[in-house]
Design a protein around this ligand. Structure first.
Ligand code: FES
Length: 119
């Protein structure tokens, strides 16, 4: 089942910025790409730094720790052959930013990956 979760006030997410939120103990981020919202897992595939702290250029975020880059539209890691991060719908409603996740979240067999349940 899909469910919307509040991330932040809309005015706190201007273009070129990101906000993170912890949901079910997992970090997620919403990026404002020239007014378009993109939701994505926030834990970098390298050493789990929060990508919301990275530099956003267009639809690419560069991890603040060691520079891995991700497309926030597709979740693809642009400079390492690693699994893509999952992406999610995001919206503005009632002056807040929301991200849509499958709920409940579950932890997969792979401790490095956290998957959410399918509806
Ligand atoms: S933790 Fe993101 S590149 Fe190292």
């Amino acid at each position: 089942m899909k469910r919307w979760f509040k991330v932040c006030r809309a005015r706190d997410l201007p273009p070129g910025r990101a906000q993170s939120v912890s949901i079910g103990g997992q970090p997620f981020a919403v990026f404002n790409v020239n007014g378009e919202l993109r939701g994505m897992e926030a834990a970098c595939g390298h050493m789990k730094a929060n990508l919301a702290a990275g530099r956003v250029t267009g639809d690419v975020v560069e991890c603040a720790m060691h520079g891995w880059k991700y497309c926030v539209s597709s979740g693809e890691c642009l400079n390492q052959s690693t699994r893509p991060l999952r992406t999610f719908a995001a919206k503005t409603e009632d002056e807040h930013i929301w991200i849509e996740l499958n709920w409940p979240l579950i932890v997969s067999d792979d401790e490095d990956r956290n998957a959410d349940a399918s509806a």
